[in-house]
Design a protein around this ligand. Structure first.
Ligand SMILES: [Zn+2]
Length: 214
């Protein structure tokens, strides 16, 4: 296993690390996260987004709903203390901390179709297929993936009042922490998008840390 880069621990973990690994550029993973364990994603080089989806580990039909979460939290962008809810409004995760608060909670992840229709390029590596691959052994296919929560992703209105994906403001070592409020099945895509500014036009590795605070 590759040595962990120093940026993985730029911000110390306040707790006991249970597992940590590098997600290669354009890579993906899926795993179970126990209630009260904390998931940290680390932007190892800067300007790299991860797309995260979660499901109730004992009932995969219960999945995160960012639409419900924005309404329940009365926020346009989820911030520290905000809770990510399922479609039946059960708390699934709490955002417990970060070194860069920017995130995107509207969830339309990059896909083969979006890349083809928006940029005219077919056959791209993309988050939807990544997450379907990551979750395939749990019986998921690419249509079963809910909208994803994306730490560090920056989307805003440009000078023409158009919604535009902008370069992240995250720098090497920035982290984003989410605590599980139930036993979860988690899928992560290390966003492979290089056709827009989402990852600063270059996909890079990310770090994943699972830790507990007690
Ligand atoms: Zn993506």
């Amino acid at each position: 296993m590759a040595a962990l880069p120093p940026s993985m621990r730029k911000h110390p973990v306040e707790g006991r690390v249970l597992q940590e690994w590098i997600l290669p550029a354009k890579g993906y993973c899926a795993f179970t996260l126990r209630s009260q364990q904390v998931l940290r994603v680390v932007d190892l080089e800067g300007k790299q987004v991860t797309d995260i989806v979660v499901f109730n580990s004992s009932d995969h039909g219960e999945e995160m709903s960012l639409a419900s979460s924005l309404l329940m939290n009365r926020q346009r962008e989820l911030r520290k203390g905000a809770v990510v809810y399922s479609q039946i409004c059960t708390p699934m995760m709490t955002i417990t901390g970060y070194s860069n608060e920017v995130s995107f909670a509207y969830g339309s992840m990059c896909s083969e179709e979006l890349n083809r229709l928006r940029y005219g390029i077919a056959g791209t590596t993309n988050c939807r297929d990544n997450l379907a691959q990551a979750l395939t052994s749990w019986g998921f296919n690419r249509r079963d993936i809910p909208n994803a929560f994306s730490p560090f992703m920056r989307v805003d209105l440009n000078e023409n009042e158009e919604l535009e994906i902008m370069e992240p403001a995250s720098v090497a070592g920035d982290f984003y922490d989410m605590r599980a409020e139930m036993d979860l099945l988690v899928g992560i895509s290390n966003c492979p998008q290089e056709l827009n500014a989402c990852n600063g036009y270059r996909a890079k590795p990310s770090g994943v840390i699972i830790y507990e605070t007690e």
